[in-house]
Write a protein that binds this ligand. Structure first.
Ligand code: PLP
Length: 410
């Protein structure tokens, strides 16, 4: 058998992979042999699996393997089958989609909502669909990659859509950007301000009331991606807007549109959504390219995520439990001598400094039976490598003590 010679792609890909390995940035996927939970069965390098404490998932409310959520998914499979075999506007809209979209709108306090196969897709849909030539999109510099790409797509697809970036959570800088937009002859349409609710690497939150005031002053609309905030923030887990008392569509002082994921606190499966005004959602249905050209959310996910959101609405004590866990863990980690960033979210970043050290610490923690990821440059700024601890309502006091004991051994 003759082997073909390396193509240009093959050769340059080998170079990239070798470079990543050399720089210590190569990501080795770790396999879990069982459900997501506070304890997972993680496959080791020798191929055998062992139980470790998981402090790195987005399973904020512990619903990923909740028997009610799992059962709802199985019922969904039985009732609607494995696939929709269609995009929504042809024959892919099932009653389970209508139901979850009503549930999301009720949960978020908006007029309407629409689901996508992921929040990434929701962000790819909203910006190119909503923005028109003459509009400008103003974005926080630490916004999630899918917001950045969604905005890039909008500016490439529609010549005349502008974009600009303000320094992270620097609202004086946002004001400057708004003033520039207001004085820009090319900006004849809508000004959009876009932010994450909870920022996943810092664990900090956007000051939504301050942003709303600025948006109102300049006639701008506010879009918030709260993927790490839904199920976590606010007394009942609605999100960062609830944390600030900004519930209620069309009332003055609210968020105009949300994007969010169903793959974290709200069941952990997959899927994403846009929630907001009925007219905005209708525009997405009519014009959104992922809506028109990509399959619907699988029925099993629509059913399990719907159940997860119902549980969050019925059992706000889950959110309270998560908050208590966050406070307990933060206090104990601080008392153990670590530098944890303060925030009201379920993300506790411990700043270590050097990337190699953060990665070495995460490896050592795993040897001690605790699964925590170390993030370094280029995911976070140089010199600010960190261990990112993510809390869940499913963690017990014993789990937290075991985490802190392992940290102390470092
Ligand atoms: C802020 C934010 N938006 C969107 C996403 C993407 O969500 P999904 O996994 O549903 O595509 C993430 C996931 O990491 C996120 O953190």
């Amino acid at each position: 058998m003759t082997t073909r010679s390396l193509t240009t792609f093959d050769a340059r890909t080998d170079d990239v992979l070798a470079m990543l390995d050399h720089k210590g940035e190569y990501k080795h996927l770790r396999t879990i042999e069982g459900p997501m939970g506070p304890i997972v069965r993680l496959r080791g390098d020798d191929g055998s699996a062992r139980e470790v404490l998981c402090f790195c998932s987005n399973n904020y409310l512990g619903l990923a393997n909740d028997p009610r959520v799992v059962e709802a998914g199985i019922e969904g499979l039985r009732e609607f089958g494995a696939g929709t075999a269609s995009v929504r506007f042809i024959c892919g809209t099932f009653s389970c989609h209508e139901r979850i979209e009503r549930t999301i709108a009720e949960f978020m306090g908006t007029e309407s909502s629409y689901t996508f196969v992921s929040c990434w897709t929701a962000n790819e849909a909203i910006y190119p669909t909503f923005a028109e030539p003459g509009d400008i999109l103003i974005s926080d510099e630490l916004n999630h990659a899918c917001i950045i790409d969604g905005i890039r797509l909008a500016t490439t697809m529609k010549k005349g859509v502008k974009k600009t970036v303000f320094r992270h959570a620097d609202y004086a800088h946002l004001r400057e950007k708004l003033e520039q937009a207001a004085g820009d002859d090319d900006v004849t349409g809508q000004i959009w301000v876009v932010t994450d609710g909870v920022f996943s690497m810092e664990g900090d939150i956007a000051d939504l009331p301050a942003m709303r005031v600025l948006c109102d002053e300049f006639g701008a609309m506010l879009i918030v991606d709260d993927s790490h905030g839904h199920g976590v923030m606010g007394r009942t887990g609605r999100g960062t807007h609830e944390h600030f008392g900004m519930i209620g569509q069309n009332d003055i002082g609210q968020v105009d549109f949300f994007t969010g994921t169903l793959g974290k606190g709200l069941g952990g499966g997959a899927g994403g959504f846009v929630a907001g005004t009925s007219r905005g959602i209708e525009l997405l249905i009519q014009r959104g390219r992922p809506t028109l050209f990509s399959n619907a959310l699988p029925a099993t996910i629509a059913c399990s995520a719907n159940k997860a959101i119902e549980i969050v609405m019925d059992e706000p004590q889950l959110v309270t439990r998560l908050k208590n866990n966050v406070e307990t863990a933060r206090d104990k980690i601080k008392n153990a001598g670590f530098d944890v960033l303060d925030s009201p979210t379920a993300i506790l970043p411990i700043i270590i400094g050097e990337t190699a050290e953060a990665i070495a610490m995460s490896k050592r923690l795993l040897e001690l039976g605790v699964f925590v990821i170390g993030f370094g440059y280029p995911v976070v700024p140089e010199g600010q490598a960190r261990l990112r601890i993510q809390m869940s309502a499913a963690h017990t006091d014993e789990h937290i003590d075991a985490l802190v004991d392992a940290l102390k051994k470092l």
